[in-house]
Design a protein around this ligand. Structure first.
Ligand code: UGA
Length: 448
């Protein structure tokens, strides 16, 4: 078995490397020679825990190789995966398919013998059939089948998600194609991973429906958190009480500053577009998109409100810029919305993120980058946790309190325990939980 992987972005690189780990020969193609050179020298284009080690291991084992020539990856391969980007188009928000279709044409020109063409990128319903049409048009004699095989990898946990998935979804229509796909995923049979064999359109929709559902779940609990804040209920306990019910499930019920990243914002928008195009409006998802956008702005207001509406001249230390922990990805991160609003209101911002500085530097103006959380806390009037990196959970809060100028902690990820914050006498504001007010002596310190 030999696999060609077109695109060495997040999905292509992780999938290609993990398929090589399954024991298959994989050739990854990318147009940029410099990117390939970096990969070969062990430098990863993205931060993903464990990926560098696995790439090196598979190169060493001669199962993983890289090329800039698409022909090298297509000729003689049993399956060619398309894993190029589908970024949202400006203004409309639907997926920009130009890279996928260009890849399809280039693959078509190089097909030799029976090949399965697999879409791994998240693509709108109907794309697999369009790719099939393009390939036939480009190379009428080609012997191929088209398959949809969406990925469900989470950034920061992608390798584990690939190696131990909850399920593998395969949209395929011929026995020959199904057989090759079963062969590719054979190592997962040991864990009895469910393989969901469906039609092309169903497979494409499963991906969007899954991401949109998870985005809806998050948005739902975020709005419940608002009720908690008004009524004295505790959102973590509400989520726990709900999540124990198997029909609901406990995952993705963490209230926070709104979802971000390269997938949920893009895929919810694309699903709304697919609904509109097919005259099947996705009103719930449309509402989720609106609520999530306003939530991120609302979080900035929450911080300003901690200073009774006037944050001008206040030093605000930000912990966490990436859209979630264990990634350097800042695409659609809540921090990108929150920080500029605070700056607009006159706040002076310093920040620390364990990995995202390089990706984020160009996104912000007048932001002072620090080397660790304590430098951020020093002399700050408030500390704001936007991303729940593990190292923030283990901070020495006593020390933090001593070096801060003020005593306000705004925790948008609920990483600290309320009794501890009470004990330490912080003014502690979290999401969907009781606000802890400091005793009088600390208030005087804050005012002075
Ligand atoms: C998401 C899906 O979880 C993957 O299954 C999917 O493969 C991927 O998109 C994709 O389409 O490529 P990812 O964007 O890496 O993965 O990150 P998630 O862990 O899903 O988090 C997304 C956002 O939701 C983050 O901003 C996170 O902070 C937020 N979130 C997540 C919450 O606010 N609360 C939660 O309970 C869970």
């Amino acid at each position: 078995m030999r696999i060609g992987m077109v695109g060495t972005g997040y999905v292509g690189l992780v999938s290609g490397t993990c398929l090589a780990e399954f024991g298959t020969e994989v050739i990854c193609v990318d147009k940029e020679q410099s990117k390939i050179d970096k990969l070969l020298s062990g430098e990863m284009p993205i931060y993903e825990p464990g990926l560098d080690i696995l790439v090196a291991k598979q190169i060493q084992a001669n199962r993983l190789s890289f090329t800039t020539e698409i022909a090298d990856a297509v000729k003689g391969s049993d399956a060619v995966f398309i894993a190029v980007g589908t970024p949202p188009r400006r203004i409309i928000g639907d997926a920009d398919m130009q890279y996928v279709y260009t890849a399809a044409r280039e693959i078509a020109k190089n097909l030799e013998g029976y090949t399965v063409i697999v879409t791994k990128s998240t693509v709108p319903v109907g794309t697999a059939r369009e790719i099939e049409r393009i390939i036939r048009e480009e190379n009428p004699k080609a012997d191929f089948d088209i398959v949809s095989n969406p990925e469900f990898l989470r950034e920061g946990a992608a390798i584990n998600d690939f190696m131990r998935p909850d399920r593998v979804v395969i949209g395929a229509e011929t026995d020959r194609a199904k057989e090759i796909m079963r062969e590719i995923y054979r190592p997962l049979y040991i864990n009895e991973t469910p393989i969901v064999m469906v039609s092309l359109e169903t497979s494409e929709l499963i991906k969007y429906a899954s991401n949109a559902f998870l985005a809806t779940k998050i948005t739902f609990i975020n709005e419940i958190a608002d009720i908690c804040e008004k009524t004295g209920a505790n959102v973590q306990d509400v989520a726990k009480g709900m999540g124990i019910d198997n029909r609901i499930g406990s995952k993705f019920l963490h209230a926070g500053p709104g979802y971000g990243g390269s997938c949920f914002p893009k895929d919810t928008l694309a699903l709304a577009q697919i609904g509109e195009k097919n005259n099947a409006p996705q009103t719930i998802v449309e509402q989720v998109i609106k609520v999530n956008a306003s939530r991120q702005r609302k979080m900035a207001q929450k911080i300003i409100n901690a200073f009774d509406g006037n944050i001008r001249g206040k030093k605000i230390g930000i912990l966490g810029i990436a859209f979630k922990p264990n990634t350097d990805d800042v695409r659609d991160a809540p921090s990108l919305t929150i920080i500029p609003i605070l700056q607009e209101a006159g706040a002076i911002i310093s920040a620390y993120d364990p990995e995202a500085k390089k990706q984020a530097e160009l996104q912000f103006e007048n932001l002072e980058w620090k080397e660790n959380p304590y430098e951020v806390a020093k002399d700050s009037d408030a500390l704001v946790i936007i991303t729940e990196w593990n190292e923030f959970r283990a901070l020495n809060l006593k020390r933090i309190k001593e070096i801060m100028n003020g005593n306000i902690i705004i925790d948008l990820r609920n990483i600290y325990k309320l009794p501890e914050m009470k004990e330490l006498n912080f003014h502690y504001i979290s999401v969907g939980r009781e606000e802890i007010l400091p005793n009088q002596s600390d208030k005087i310190k804050k005012a002075s």
